[in-house]
Design a protein around this ligand. Sequence first.
Ligand code: PLP
Length: 387
Amino acid sequence: MPPVYLDNNATTRVDPRVVEAMLPMFSELFGNPSSGHAFGVAAKLAVARARENIQALVGAAHPDEIVFTSGGTESDNLAILAALAARPGRSEIVVSAVEHPAVKTLCTALAAARGLTVHTIPVDNAGRLDREAYAAALSERVALVSVMWANNETGMVFPIADLAAQAKAVGALFHSDAVQAVGRLPLAVAATAIDLLSLSGHKLHAPKGVGALFVRRGLKLAAQTVGGSQERGRRAGTENVPGIVALGAACEIASAGLVSDTARIAALRDRLEAGLLARIAEVRVLGDRDNRVANTAGLAFAGVESEAVIRLLDRRGIAVSSGSACASGAVEPSHVVRAMGVPQTHARGVVRFSLSRETTAVEIDHVVDIVPAVIGELRRDALAPAA
Ligand code: PLP
């Protein structure tokens, strides 16, 4: 059995069709989109096409609402810093307790550096946002609300359209980190009150180091990287043309297959969960099972350390993760696991299985065979008297 990769929330394999689309941008079509000659014009056209593909996938009304960046982290940082600049008289930010470090760490730093108040809205045991606390935190002092569309550790989906409408009612800007949602859920930003939305190429079968920020028309985005006038003065620097073309191709592929891929991935994820729950005692599924992106299963196994599970599975050719790969190295339960109040018995044994459209039923059945043996071995070791 070849290695099984179930860590697609950390990153995805670049689709061969995406590689094919980007390759000419390194060789024949290597021009700088700012150049006026034919080489430049060809690159500029390719970037424009990519922008339209991203516009289509997120359901934006205009292609100029898409700004290319170096990935999810930069999009999140740009959105938050620009939103604060756009609401100068306001000194509060509202975020959920389970945001990615790209949002969480910046907000903590801003609170310290600028004396801003950050309201961190708790989630319940199923990972659902506390709507009462959210409504109570909203006021005319709030410059920005930032709530992720789907959580990277549990796959939990937040009711973003409703949350954005509530934020708009108090004049706050609304940003959503949709890095784990784009290409996995149908999005229609034009029909919502969302002002800013982040996405990242490498979570949807494009390469690492390219992403985009949706910026609603009319919102003046203060550039955080200054220099040339690329991206209409919103993000200076010569465009990463191969990366942008790759992201466009990945979005086009994702748009075409969204409905059928999602249904197939959800069926495989459910088969994985059902298989593991039937064979292993004392397992909890993280989050509200009916309200997750299709590809993610966060499972908490009692009586084991997730790092040990990951190590043993890796030896058997199965790649999974213990939570946020971007913040790995920490052996404590993640901030998401803590925010959800996962009981102590299970909190150290959280393992994330994340699938993609490339995952097969044969792979899932193999994982369902191997994981119970690994958990059984670790539990026996934990019970064995010390030598
Ligand atoms: N936001 C979320 C929810 C993520 O899962 C990630 C990556 O894991 C990021 C932001 C950061 O994106 P990037 O790796 O493109 O900087």
